[in-house]
Design a protein around this ligand. Structure first.
Ligand SMILES: NC(=O)c1ccc[n+]([C@@H]2O[C@H](COP(=O)([O-])OP(=O)(O)OC[C@H]3O[C@@H](n4cnc5c(N)ncnc54)[C@H](O)[C@@H]3O)[C@@H](O)[C@H]2O)c1
Length: 277
């Protein structure tokens, strides 16, 4: 392989990538990197105003951007988004399922025992993290099957490998998404095309609004006991930055990973490899 072919692997010019939760911390970081790499980007988010604020009037080439409000739990909403992307760019090459998250009412604490977690809070988190990737995958994968190629990237988590204390619904949801990633990779390759790939990244611990005040003290900014335990169990001894996700993500979405499907790639500073001893 010559240098030109190697460089082309990270050149996404002419490829169209839809990112759900694309206004969020990790989704927007990934979408911006893909924009820089030449891709057309569709930013789909429940919060369209936040998607607009992140991507419009920011100096990006807006002919390569669509922002759309959309709910990943509603098939009609995802179908409308897919139609809008096809109308503008002709087809979609990649879906990144970036919408996800936890809910405070599904988290245990000394004054919030597991016994009292409301079923609707548990269900909210399971729905968002599981169906929130299943529904868009159903809509977009049909388009990939028609085209004979495509790429899906899910976002799993450390707690999919071994659950973290306090967050039973989020841990169960992410374990399900890792399992679904493997299932869908096999299904789409066998039933539709070996050129449709499905993978996941499993980020370690990134300070975002979802977890900031579990890991750092709201008033002092010091690490909480939980934040310190994480750093102590991370051989690289720091939290991740959104930029840490970019290289592995671009690789998974590029032809450099053309024989890679059904994987869950930890991006965690070694957390999942470390036994603690
Ligand atoms: N932050 C971390 O440390 C971390 C670690 C591992 C995995 N993750 C996962 O990465 C993904 C992104 O996390 P983040 O930290 O960027 O979160 P975030 O809260 O910053 O972004 C999530 C985005 O999803 C959108 N969203 C929520 N519900 C939606 C719905 N029903 N339909 C469409 N959009 C919806 C929100 O508006 C938000 O913009 C999530 O799946 C999260 O579970 C995060």
């Amino acid at each position: 392989m010559n240098k030109n072919e190697l460089n082309k692997m990270v050149d996404f010019t002419g490829r169209t990538i839809a990112v759900t939760g694309g206004a969020g911390v990790l989704g927007s970081g990934i979408a911006k990197a893909l924009l820089e790499a030449g891709a057309n980007i569709a930013v789909l988010d429940l919060d369209k105003s936040q998607a607009d604020a992140q991507f419009l009037n920011k100096g990006y080439d807006e002919s390569r951007i669509i922002t759309a409000g959309g709910n990943v739990l509603e098939p009609e909403s995802m179908t409308q988004a897919l139609d809008a992307i096809i109308a503008k760019f002709g087809k979609v090459d990649t879906l990144i399922n970036g919408a996800g998250g936890n809910h405070p009412k599904s988290t245990t604490a000394p004054d919030k025992p597991f016994f009292d977690i409301p079923a609707d809070a548990f269900k909210f988190v399971m729905d968002l993290n599981v169906l929130g990737s299943v529904v868009p995958s159903q809509i977009f994968a049909r388009h990939f099957a028609d085209n004979g190629e495509g790429n899906i990237l899910n976002i799993s988590s450390m707690n999919a490998f071994r659950p973290l204390t306090r967050i039973p619904a989020y841990s169960a949801g992410k374990a399900a998404i890792s399992n679904f990633t493997q299932w869908l990779a096999v299904h789409l390759a066998q039933e539709y095309s070996p050129k449709i790939r499905v993978n996941a990244i499993a980020p370690g611990f990134f300070l975002t609004h979802q977890n900031r005040f579990l890991l750092t003290d709201e008033k002092t900014g010091e690490l909480t006991a939980r934040g310190k335990a994480i750093i102590d169990h991370t051989p690289m001894a720091r939290f991740g930055n959104p930029e840490d996700l970019l290289g592995p993500t671009l690789w998974l979405l590029s032809p450099a990973a053309q024989f890679v499907t059904g994987t869950i790639i930890p991006i965690d500073g070694g957390f999942s490899a470390f036994s603690g001893v």
